[in-house]
Design a protein. Structure first.
Length: 122
């Protein structure tokens, strides 16, 4: 497997981008109409008395995202895990017996080791 080189954006672009995101999230306050639109897209049925609390809660979440986006992360290296360690993997060995025949003995229809099921989509 070939290692990939990760391209980084220039710092100035990152700062401008971060500033735009922060401005957007800090000034973001969802309206009742926007909440109704999101609920419709998500196929959620909201009662009229639920709209304002949801608007307040989602606006608070967006404000928090804006605060997180404002964190200075310029010198922070990307990582997959906070600790510098590797995952120990177990040996790839068979540990159980093949019991397919005993499981398929109870199935209504089997062919060539596969379960047969009725066709539901034309």
């Amino acid at each position: 497997m070939k290692a990939r080189t990760v391209r980084r954006r220039p710092t100035t672009v990152k700062i401008v981008h971060s500033h735009i995101i922060n401005h957007f999230f800090q000034t973001m306050s969802l309206t009742a109409e926007q909440i109704r639109q999101v609920a419709q897209l998500a196929r959620l049925q909201l009662k009229p008395e639920q709209v304002e609390p949801y608007a307040r809660q989602l606006s608070d979440i967006l404000d928090l995202v804006g605060q997180l986006s404002a964190a200075a992360t310029g010198g922070v290296r990307e990582m997959a895990h906070p600790m510098d360690m590797t995952q120990r993997l177990r040996a790839d060995e068979v540990t159980e017996q093949d019991r397919r025949d005993s499981f398929q003995a109870h199935a209504p229809a089997v062919q060539d080791g596969l379960y047969l099921v009725p066709k539901v989509i034309e």
